[in-house]
Design a protein around this ligand. Structure first.
Ligand code: GTP
Ligand code: MG
Length: 424
């Protein structure tokens, strides 16, 4: 480990929160207030019920943001607020092959997560905790959408729960699938798991530390105030100083300079696939101190929790704006429908008044009606009806009055259909 790692180690665990300016005072943090879980539960219900059905430009991003927010509320914020003293969850994320599983196995001194040469190896997350903490993680308050399994599983939506006696209580590791995977589901899951972390342990290598996707995620972690620690893994000894210096620079540029950086030199794994103790010592010492210090753990939790809560507000504002846009657009559409049918009504009215119906078939029938003298005789309804019956009986065809009426009806139907179709 280089000076960067040493200084990080010396800084000690509580510094993760203190240096990034999170609330670490003794005062009761705002989120412990009774009203907050209830308010967030109400918010979760409102956002869960919100729909953005009209295809406006803001609809798809809003749907996506709403899903991420409800996931984060369910996966992390609500369970964490319900139990602030629950064990600290360290989510180990990074590119495929960076050595995440190997590192987790080495930190807990057991092969709890399969490491391998095929990329990507880890498809389903593995959560390893002390036997003391197993009940909390098993009960499924945290990440409730993932089914706990006691055996490794390739099934999507599962979380393999393992206990490791070497791991002290109060600290758990979650070995996540790779963040920039060719497997879509891996990427989405890694994002979800990172959102459920109290602390992100980002593992990268000398070959991959400048890749775009990890930096995108790190920036979002920074924006949310999530506690982050970096591991530069498998570094060729001759390149260690240079690469570590460059990575430190990049972290500082992204305002992540306060995050501890551990540099692990390339080494051989033992017959169990574990790294030698001397390689992982700085990292395992750091975690041992964190595990032993409830205050330091609480500070990390508060940092990430405060950051996540602060990030909720702008997301909700964005959702509210998108919802308003939906309402405005729906009102505008409604107004257009109303206007179209109002105009249709006027067309019918006009059509009835302006003699438009008196054309073609109707006109012919009208002339016939007038020509046969029906018009005058029709003035006397009873006589007219009698005559109609007589004519119909004699000629076998309907009287001109009936034909006229049929023609008017069919013309009226045509008019109504026309204007209705136009309005529709
Ligand atoms: N020699 C050596 N091999 C390592 C080291 N770390 C990991 N490996 C090997 O590199 C390969 C990939 O390691 P994994 O731990 O599976 O990597 P991963 O980050 O979990 O990869 P995904 O699960 O695909 O995301 C495995 O064959 C490991 O044995 C190391 O420090 N030295
Ligand atoms: Mg793995």
């Amino acid at each position: 480990m280089t000076t960067h790692g040493d200084s990080a180690t010396r800084a000690g665990a509580p510094a993760v929160a203190a240096r990034t300016g999170a609330t670490t005072g003794d005062d009761q943090p705002a989120h412990a207030a009774d009203g907050l879980p209830a308010a967030l539960t109400g918010l979760r219900a409102a956002i869960g019920a919100a729909r953005f059905p009209l295809a406006l430009p803001s609809a798809e991003p809003a749907r996506h943001a709403a899903t991420s927010l409800t996931d984060q509320l369910d996966d992390y914020l609500l369970p964490r607020l319900a139990r602030l003293d629950a064990p600290l969850l360290v989510v180990v994320g990074g590119s495929t092959g960076a050595g995440k599983s190997t590192l987790v196995n080495s930190l807990v001194q057991a092969r709890v997560s399969a490491a391998g040469v095929l990329r990507p190896t880890t498809r389903s997350p593995v959560l390893v905790c002390s036997p003391t903490d197993a009940a909390w993680f098993r009960q499924g308050e945290l990440l409730p959408g993932l089914t706990r399994t006691t055996e490794p599983s390739e099934q999507p939506g599962t979380l393999h729960l393992v206990t490791a006696p070497a791991l002290p209580p109060g600290l758990a590791f979650l070995d996540a699938p790779d963040i920039d995977s060719v497997v879509d589901a891996n990427r989405a899951l890694a994002g979800q798991l990172l959102a459920a972390a109290d602390l992100w342990l980002f593992v990268t290598t000398a070959a991959r530390y400048a890749d775009a996707v990890p930096w995108e995620l790190l920036r979002s972690a920074r924006a949310r105030g999530t506690a982050v620690a970096m591991v530069l893994d498998r570094v060729p000894p001759e390149a260690a100083d240079e690469v570590a210096a460059h990575l430190s620079e990049m972290l500082a540029e992204q305002e992540l300079g306060a995050s501890p950086l551990f540099v692990l030199p390339e080494t051989w794994v033992d017959g169990q696939g574990l790294l030698p103790d001397r390689i992982t010592a700085p990292l395992s010492d750091w975690f041992a101190r964190l595990a032993a210090d409830a205050e330091a753990r609480a500070a990390v939790v508060r940092q990430t929790l405060d950051g996540a809560l602060a990030a909720v507000h702008p997301v909700v504002e964005g959702l509210a704006e998108a919802a308003d846009e939906q309402v405005t657009a729906a009102d505008a559409l409604d107004e257009r429908v109303q206007a179209a049918y109002r105009s249709a009504e006027r067309s019918v009215d006009q059509g009835l008044r302006d003699g438009r119906l008196l054309r073609g078939e109707v006109l012919a029938r009208w002339q016939e009606f007038i020509g046969t003298g029906d018009f005058f005789r029709g003035l006397e309804a009873r006589i007219g009806r009698l005559r109609d019956r007589v004519v119909a009986a004699v000629t076998g065809r309907p009287a001109p009055a009936a034909e006229l009426r049929t023609a008017i009806e069919s013309q009226l139907v045509t008019l109504l259909r026309g204007v209705a179709a136009e309005a529709a």
